[in-house]
Design a protein around this ligand. Structure first.
Ligand code: ADP
Ligand code: MG
Length: 243
C-alpha cells in the first residue's frame, strides 16, 4: 500500500519551544488514524503542518508524492487534496450554508457555480442538513455547524480529511451525529487523521491509534493494542485519565 501522507523526522518550534521533536508518521490511502494525547503535546501543530498552515523547521512532509516544503510545489493544489475540520467550525458567519459550501470550489475554479450547488446539495443531504441550505450558520446548533463544516470540506473533493477535535466544543447530545458522519466517511474509504478524545470512536473506527506526547509519537498500534495493552508509561497514564 502506498503512503498518501508521509511525515519524516518533522521538527517544529515556536521560538524556543520545540513542539514537534522529530516526528515520523506514514498514513496509507484509505487508512483512519486517530491521534490521542495530552493537551499542548503538538497534535494541532502537526495537523496544521500537513497542509502548511504551519511551516516546519526541519524534516519532510510528503502529501500524495509531493514534498510540501519544496518551494516549487503549488501548495494551493496540495491543499485542495486535504480537507480540514476544526474544533470551532470556522464557517463564514455572513454567508448562508450554501454560500459557505460553494465558495471555495467556485473561487478556486474547481467547479462552475451550478456544479458547485449540485454538489453541495448532495453533500448537505448526506449530512442530513439539506433543509438548512439557505440559513446563516448562527441559526444552527453546534452539531449542525460541524456537519456543515465537514460537508464544506468535502465540497472540494479532497483525498484526505484532517479532523482536529471536531466534537470537543459540542454539547454531548450533538456528538453522535457528527461522529456518525465521520464513521460513514471512514467506511467509504476516506483517508483520515482524527485528533479526538472520543475513545469509543477510536476503538470502533481507527485502523491505527497514535499516542502523542512531548513532541513525539510515543506509541502506536491497533486500537485494541493501545487501549488494552499500552506499553508506554505515558500512554498508560493518559488512558487512565481519559477512560
Ligand atoms: P495540542 O493540539 O496537542 O493541544 P498544540 O499543537 O495546539 O497542542 O500546541 C503545542 C504547543 O505549541 C503548545 O505549547 C502551544 O502553546 C504551542 N503553540 C501552538 N501554536 C502556537 C503559535 N502559533 N505560537 C506560539 N506557540 C504555539
Ligand atoms: Mg489541539
Amino acid at each position: 500500500m502506498a503512503a498518501i501522507i508521509e511525515a519524516r523526522d518533522v521538527h517544529k518550534s515556536f521560538g524556543k519551544n520545540e513542539v514537534l521533536k522529530g516526528l515520523s508518521l506514514a498514513v496509507n490511502e484509505g487508512e483512519v488514524v486517530v491521534m490521542i494525547g495530552p493537551s499542548g503535546s503538538g497534535k494541532s501543530t502537526f495537523l496544521r503542518s500537513l497542509n502548511k498552515l504551519e511551516a516546519i523547521n526541519d524534516g519532510q512532509i510528503i502529501i500524495d508524492g509531493e514534498d510540501i516544503s519544496d518551494s516549487k510545489v503549488n501548495i494551493d493544489k496540495v491543499r485542495e487534496k486535504v480537507g480540514m475540520v476544526f474544533q470551532h467550525f470556522n464557517l463564514f458567519p455572513h454567508l448562508t450554508v450554501m454560500e459557505n459550501m460553494i465558495l471555495a470550489p467556485v473561487q478556486l475554479g474547481k467547479m462552475t457555480k451550478n456544479e458547485a450547488i449540485d454538489n453541495a446539495k448532495t453533500l448537505l443531504k448526506r449530512v442530513g442538513l439539506l433543509e438548512k441550505a439557505d440559513v446563516k450558520p448562527d441559526t444552527l446548533s453546534g452539531g449542525q455547524k460541524q456537519r456543515v463544516a465537514i460537508a464544506r470540506a468535502l465540497a472540494m473533493n479532497p483525498e484526505i480529511m484532517l479532523f482536529d477535535e471536531p466534537t470537543s466544543a459540542l454539547d454531548p447530545e450533538m456528538v453522535g451525529d457528527v461522529l456518525d458522519v465521520m464513521k460513514e466517511l471512514a467506511k467509504e474509504g476516506m483517508t483520515m487523521i482524527v485528533v479526538t478524545h472520543e475513545m469509543g470512536f477510536a476503538k470502533q473506527v481507527a485502523d491505527r491509534v497514535v499516542f502523542f506526547a512531548d513532541g513525539y509519537i510515543r506509541e502506536e498500534g491497533k486500537p485494541a493494542e493501545i487501549f488494552e495493552n499500552p506499553q508506554d508509561e505515558r500512554t498508560r497514564d493518559f488512558l487512565n485519565k481519559v477512560l
